[in-house]
Design a protein around this ligand. Structure first.
Ligand code: AMP
Length: 249
């Protein structure tokens, strides 16, 4: 059984993002980029399933510019067997990515597709759900535990106020939550090995997908800055301010 894993190249989670002065988006020039953290968890889970003998091959897919090759090499250093870059300079929205992944699902026929629950740049939380709908596959989102036996996946999901366990027939689309696993550290020997693993490059046209954006970003703004604090002379003034101004007590 093959596992297809989506890995997105995003602004590193440690970077303090800055909005461009013309409010058209986030400044990505000279900014450190990394694999979306939820996708590292997705790759780790897929590799663990292969190590357990549940899967035979892990294929990492990234859609975007040529620099996504780095993200794919990281996925292969974690343990993915091969990679597919769907190369485009077009701005990709979740529907376009879901269509590209659907075309790859048709081509590769994986038993599992594992994606992150959301990309930390667009915070869309849409691609997995859209892919499941387009490919007419069951979906198990926000997974915190995955078990695969006898052609079924049993997935524990993090839901409001608790956990839900569902069972779905393969093939299934799974999206990862933070507590699914702790991705392994990428070691130097594995980085070197990853350089030799195969990577195919395709264009969206070769997959028959029109990736042109459907949504237009009108404006991106920073959250309002916090106003400066003040010092109060005594507890009585503090209590009065909390009561009369902040109205929190
Ligand atoms: P989103 O719906 O944008 O929040 O993304 C959810 C998940 O879809 C991500 O965690 C990735 O696993 C996958 N994904 C989104 N965009 C891409 C992309 N450009 N290339 C590969 N996978 C992607």
């Amino acid at each position: 059984m093959k596992i297809l894993v989506g890995v997105k190249r995003v602004v590193d989670y440690n970077v303090k993002v800055r909005v461009r002065s013309d409010n058209t988006g986030v400044d990505t020039a000279n900014v450190k980029m990394s694999m979306n953290p939820f996708d590292e968890i997705a790759v780790e889970e897929a590799v663990r399933l292969r190590e357990k003998g549940v899967a035979s091959e892990v294929i990492a897919v990234s859609c975007g510019p040529a620099q996504c090759q780095e993200t794919l090499r990281t996925a292969m250093a974690i343990g993915a067997d091969r990679a597919i870059l769907v190369e485009t300079s077009e701005e990709l929205q979740p529907l376009a990515v879901a269509k590209l992944l659907k075309a790859l699902v048709d081509k590769e026929q994986p038993g599992l597709v594992i994606l992150g629950k959301q990309a930390i740049d667009d915070d869309a939380n849409q691609t997995g759900q859209m892919l499941a709908a387009l490919a007419d596959l069951p979906q198990a989102t926000f997974a915190s535990k995955v078990e695969v036996t006898d052609g079924r996946a049993t997935v524990t999901r993090e839901v409001d106020g608790g956990l839900e366990t569902i069972s779905a027939t393969l093939p299934v689309v799974i999206t990862t939550d933070l507590r699914l696993n702790d991705p392994r550290y990428v070691t130097l020997p594995n980085i070197m090995k990853a350089k030799k693993k195969p990577m195919d490059t395709l264009k969206p046209e070769e997959l028959g997908v029109d990736v042109s954006p459907r949504l237009k970003t009108l404006k991106v703004t920073e959250p309002p800055g916090r106003s400066a604090g003040i010092k109060v002379p005594d507890v009585a003034t503090l209590v009065a301010k909390l009561k009369n101004e902040a109205k929190v007590i």
